[in-house]
Design a protein. Structure first.
Length: 498
């Protein structure tokens, strides 16, 4: 009988097992440890620039971080830990959905989990462009200049992601330190500001400040809650490399340490920005560097900007190598043409990485070069900001839909075989059920809020926002549904020819 790390697999698992489960552990080195997976986890989830938009809630931002964390982030972590413990294979959500629902739904959910990678690679690179503009407003003014800069950063991400995996992980571990040096600077800026005798710019005095009252802007409260909740997305992404971990305890360890670091990062950065700037610069990613500059001086502000830029130069590569594993397993399992799964001399899925990079470059060229050249409806001065918010909202909507399957899969697996499910529990059943209910409800609420209400109403009103963001989201889902059929057909044709 085959084995899964330190336990034999059941006959039911052998019947539903995937070729990728066996192939990956035989051909790719198992070298990702707790630190490597923790660094990947944090860099995927913790976008420090999310804080700049989140602080629009004032002191209530802390309330939303906590509520979103308790009702969504922690339930997702619990569900991921349970599924990862049961099936620690390459492909994470794709593999788990296959176990629960079979071939078609595993491809559909896998696509919904994968596609945001393309948009988020662009969004991460866009943060670098924002900071370059923050350092000098005369740089990268025209959309085509921004587009070319993004393309260069995307090429760099592809180059990094295709290097020897141990080398890449070492770099990612260093970047985790770089990211938290920036967090520490922002936090110190808030403390120094108060020690100098300045009052906090944001108000922390009333219940309304902390978000405990409804007001005429209540609709925006829902939008902000949705944004903050979805800032926690990506929990399962490091386990796309489940077959490349050494030891099963890495599953729970990296989730524990990664969760703590994400909370610390968001809370400390939020504190610094609210104390020094308040909500005056909300929505401006460069607000983090401005916070440090105002409290600690220009040199410290420039250092914070450089640290954040270095972080986001490498972050697209983290998305690139993590999500290339979804294409890898789909190719191995013949859901996609097998060529997408081929490894380079470094034993990494270079074809999948190249494909992702090319798709991201094409999307960038359309948005930043072709669209502005063919239409007069775009304002070059605000295009970058508008694209940043629209892209991250559309990508997180699709991402949230796939994330809901963490809970759906748990329910289906329990219904299929309660006895076998209980035998592999690492959490008490009541904890799982509470996580499933809270996570599912919060996921639905956050999807509604993100779709219906604009994050940047001063640039895109609600009426246009839901059409743009909803249109992109629906297009992605339709593409996933049709793509599943076409990709499977192509793979079947390839098998017949072989």
């Amino acid at each position: 009988m085959a084995t899964t790390y330190d336990r034999p697999v059941t006959e039911a698992e052998e019947r539903t097992g995937l070729l990728s489960e066996e192939y990956v552990v035989k051909t790719m080195p198992q070298l990702a440890g707790t630190l490597d997976m923790t660094s990947t986890f944090v860099l995927i989830i913790f976008f420090i620039t999310n804080v700049a938009s989140a602080v629009q809630g004032g002191a209530g931002t802390f309330t939303f971080w906590i509520i979103g964390g308790v009702t969504f982030f922690i339930p997702c972590v619990i569900a991921t830990a349970q599924l990862g413990h049961m099936y620690p294979h390459e492909g994470s959500l794709y593999n788990w959905t296959h176990r629960a629902f079979g071939d078609y739904w595993s491809f559909f959910v896998g696509f919904c989990a994968w596609f945001p990678c393309i948009l988020l690679m662009i969004t991460a690179a866009d943060a670098v462009v924002n900071y370059i503009q923050g350092l000098n407003p005369n740089w990268l003014v025209a959309p085509w200049q921004q587009g070319l800069a993004l393309m260069v950063l995307l090429v760099i991400s592809g180059f990094i992601a295709s290097r020897r995996f141990r080398t890449v992980l070492n770099l990612v571990n260093i970047i985790l330190v770089v990211a938290f040096l920036a967090v520490i600077l922002v936090g110190i800026a808030g403390v120094v500001w108060l020690l100098k005798g300045h009052p906090p710019v944001a108000s922390f005095h009333t219940a309304a400040d902390w978000g405990f009252s409804w007001n005429p802007r209540g609709y925006y409260t829902l939008a902000l809650f949705a944004f903050i909740t979805q800032a926690y997305l990506g929990i399962e992404a490091p386990l796309n490399m489940g077959g490349e971990m050494f030891g099963r305890r890495v599953v729970t360890r990296h989730l524990l340490w990664g969760t703590l670091l994400v909370f610390v990062g968001y809370f400390v950065a939020t504190f610094g920005v609210l104390v020094v700037l308040g909500t005056a610069q909300s929505g401006n990613p460069y607000a983090l560097a401005m916070t440090v500059q105002l409290a600690l001086g220009k040199a410290a502000g420039a250092l914070a900007a450089v640290l954040i830029m270095v972080n986001f130069v490498v972050t697209p590569a983290v998305y690139n190598y993590s999500y290339a594993r979804l294409l890898l397993v789909a190719g191995i399992d013949q859901r996609l043409p097998v060529s997408i799964a081929r490894l380079n001399k470094n034993r990494v899925p270079a074809n999948a990485i190249t494909f992702q990079t090319c798709v991201a470059i094409i999307f960038t060229a359309i948005v930043y070069i072709a669209a502005p050249a063919l239409t007069t409806f775009t304002n070059p001065a605000t295009l970058n900001l508008e694209v940043y918010n629209v892209v991250i909202s559309a990508s997180t909507l699709v991402w949230a839909i796939s994330t809901a399957f963490l809970f759906i899969n748990l329910v289906k697996l329990f219904i299929d075989d309660p006895k076998a499910f209980r035998a592999r529990l690492i959490f008490p059943m009541p904890v799982l059920w509470i996580s499933i209910v809270l996570g599912t409800i919060t996921c639905i609420v956050s999807i509604a809020g993100a779709l219906l209400y604009s994050l940047i109403p001063q640039y895109i009103d609600n009426g246009h926002w839901w059409v743009i963001v909803g249109g992109i989201t629906i297009a992605c889902l339709i593409f996933a549904a049709i793509g599943g059929i076409l990709a499977s057909s192509e793979a079947d044709w390839e098998k017949m020819n072989q």
